[in-house]
Design a protein. Sequence first.
Length: 337
Amino acid sequence: MRTLDWGHPIRAHGRSLADRRWQNRRQPMTTATTLRTTRTISPATQGWLLGALGVAIFAMSIPMTRLASGSAAEPQLPAVFVAIGRAALAGLLALGWLAASRAAWPRPEQWRQLALTALGVVFGWPLFLGFAVLHVDAVHAAVVTGVLPIATAVVGALLLRQRPGRGFWACALLGTALVLGFAAWKGGAGFQAADGLLLIAVLLGAFGYVQGARLSSGPAASAMPAEQVICWVLVLSLPITLPVALWTWPAAPVKASAWGGFLYVSVFSMWLGFFAWYRGLALGGTLRVSQVQLLQPFLSMWFAVPLLGEKLDAATIGFSLAVMATVFLSKRFGAPK
């Protein structure tokens, strides 16, 4: 008769069984972990996607500003109210968000950059754009402001003391020449005053973008969280924007669609869009993510067709494609490193 050892063999068998069970449990966990790792999105891709979301939100700004302000022939909300009032409303929302999230106060050296960012994105771009779209349609404005990516790169190169190649400057000059040619052609006898306002808006908008990106893209120890940058910029501006908004409050009734446009540019263009945009720039890099702005003029034109009933012609599309080609080449071959 075979004798069984109730000591070692059972313990050995127990260990073997436990090992097999552990291996069986381990395999699904390893597979799940592999799937999770495979599905992880890289920071560069996250930055690009967030940048694309921000650009899609910003692309609605021109047609929505036109919807809110109306035209010179049929004005709606005052241009100053649309430009400054949207920052006031966004500033109140930002104040609540900062309080709810218990955000830390900016460091003393950051206040200057916050003020410079406000100069561009709170006052410069909205004001000059608002006055311009009273006199030109949204499609026209979308083409002229198509040089914004090049302007952002130029301002960034100058402020960050980078040295772009000759190809970059050639593309910048060619893109600017195309925009000036389009503006002169559309203006009949030449440049319109509105075209000058649009170009000033582009320069100030680019300046604000770069200053805000510098705040959110610095060293980890000193960088401000991307969502807080625009919030502090708006809160810093409240002592100016809130009184001006109240002073310019419309006295006459306007269309409900005008108020809808105002709410959009206040909540999305002036506030939430920058959450995605500055976070995208911080994750993916300013030069790489700014290429997504290539989409903005096209999106603005396509949004203007259903929202405002505007029409696209072949020449406008052609000029827009040419401008976007120069922007693409400037990023692809000659952008500053």
